[in-house]
Design a protein around this ligand. Structure first.
Ligand SMILES: [Mg+2]
Length: 241
């Protein structure tokens, strides 16, 4: 089995704390010789941290913009899922954006990003946010607004496209019925829409009204919030005959 999972709010609690359940999930999946693949909007450099500090072989970062995996020698390989031309266009656009709107606060981790950048829009006035988004529309730059960031990128990027690519190229033997995805928020929506075995942890209830596509399975109750929900669900799957 392969378990794909979002990180923030799914493998961590919503207050961003890392709890023992996260380590129990990794241990349980490893004991069964199965695989956990983190699929997160966090930057490439977070992916390096995941692969060097946890017993994982691959992760999909920047909302599906880049796959990281360990090769046969245990070295990390970075595989961007958009072309170099799109990465260059993003770099040029970011430089122009900084010139045109010198006050735009890029997120502190933007320097560690490869296929997207992020803006701390809460540090900006509302009008400036509208101006920046208008400028992105004019320049054909894609963006999404989360609770904290406006992420922007060039080319086709989504968590689903990242997972689809990973399965086709790196795990071609995997059967769809043995692959699962866990998530908690609108940036997991492409997986809820297109991936059959999708599970929402119970804290997803806070943003259910913002989702056009809901997970097929929705966990309930505080005992199934974030990593507790993932752990319970994985345990349940292993108990099935
Ligand atoms: Mg999340």
């Amino acid at each position: 089995m392969i378990f794909f999972s979002d990180f923030d709010g799914t493998l961590t609690m919503e207050g961003r704390e890392l709890t023992r359940e996260f380590f129990d999930i990794m241990e349980l999946i490893k004991t069964k010789s199965h695989e956990l693949v983190i699929v997160s909007g966090r930057s490439l450099s977070w992916g390096h941290f995941f692969l060097t500090h946890f017993p994982l072989h691959a992760c999909i970062m920047e909302g599906g913009g880049v796959v990281l995996y360990l090769d046969d020698r245990g070295e990390i390989v970075q595989e961007p899922l958009v072309s170099q031309a799109e990465l260059d266009r993003l770099e040029d656009f970011t430089n122009n954006l900084k010139k045109k709107f010198p006050q735009v606060p890029l997120s502190a981790d933007s320097f560690g990003r490869l296929s997207d950048r992020a803006i701390e829009f809460k540090l900006m006035g509302e009008e400036a946010v509208v101006d920046v988004m208008k400028y992105m529309d004019e320049k054909n730059i894609k963006y999404s607004k989360s609770n904290v960031h406006i992420n922007f990128w060039c080319g086709s990027i989504s968590k689903y496209l990242g997972v689809k690519h990973f399965l086709a190229k790196h795990r071609p033997q995997a059967k769809q019925e043995n692959c699962w995805f866990f998530g908690d928020a609108p940036n997991d929506e492409s997986m809820f829409e297109l991936f059959h075995n999708s599970v929402g942890v119970s804290n997803i209830k806070h943003c259910m009204h913002r989702l056009n596509h809901k997970p097929r399975i929705i966990l309930e109750g505080d005992e199934n919030a974030g990593p507790k929900g993932v752990l319970n669900y994985v345990k349940g799957l292993y108990q099935k005959p």
